[in-house]
Design a protein around this ligand. Structure first.
Ligand SMILES: CC(C)(COP(=O)(O)OP(=O)(O)OC[C@H]1O[C@@H](n2cnc3c(N)ncnc32)[C@H](O)[C@@H]1OP(=O)(O)O)[C@@H](O)C(=O)NCCC(=O)NCCS
Length: 164
């Protein structure tokens, strides 16, 4: 089990892209290219990407677009050999906190209807199903489940000190 001190978060840098693409390729059937990440980091002013690191380097990453008061998650992945240890949950919690820090009120994402592990993670963190985008994933015409969470209610996870 990972202790809090063993994992850190920081903004994704251009120099991270080669490692991110490796994780992306083992995580997704239609992975984003290096160019897609480079473009997000350099040209998309709505985009916020973070990496999660331990002593070995980057072990996960996630991104979102912050649009008015809505955070749209673009991707989230944990290195294959580090999954099932609560790291995905820690990463998504941090992404929710960051979205709230940017003034976002809600967070949304799409997930393959077959991706039950990811859906369980999202439900644990308060996301609720809100509809289906039929045939959203072009590789196999799979439907996407749309999920939302209110950040004002459950997104910001204050430490005890912040209530004082
Ligand atoms: C979805 C994803 C980010 C989740 O990351 P993760 O680090 O495996 O997530 P967690 O460890 O927090 O949770 C996964 C499971 O491990 C369990 N778990 C957490 N800590 C654990 C521990 N210490 N010991 C045993 N199991 C544990 C969780 O309960 C959860 O179980 P469940 O699948 O039965 O609900 C990861 O699987 C991934 O990168 N998948 C490929 C990309 C992807 O599908 N992204 C989402 C697209 S929408």
């Amino acid at each position: 089990m990972y202790e809090a001190a063993e994992v850190t978060f920081r903004a994704m840098l251009m120099s991270d892209v080669p490692v991110i693409v490796m994780i992306e390729q083992e995580a997704f059937t239609t992975p984003w290219s290096a160019e897609a990440f480079t473009n997000e980091l350099s040209h998309n002013h709505f985009a916020r990407y973070m990496v999660m690191e331990d002593a070995t380097g980057i072990i996960g990453y996630g991104g979102m677009w912050t649009i008015i008061d809505e955070a749209h998650v673009t991707n989230i992945a944990v290195r294959q050999d580090r999954r099932g240890r609560g790291l995905g949950e820690r990463l998504l919690r941090r992404m929710k906190e960051q979205a709230a820090e940017y003034g976002m009120h809600r967070m949304t994402l799409e997930v393959r209807v077959s991706n039950e592990r990811a859906q369980r993670l999202y439900e644990r963190l308060g996301f609720e199903p809100a509809g289906i985008r039929p045939g959203y994933y072009s590789d196999n015409n799979e439907d996407a489940l749309i999920m939302w969470v209110e950040l004002s209610k459950s997104g910001r996870e204050f430490s005890d000190n912040e209530y004082i």
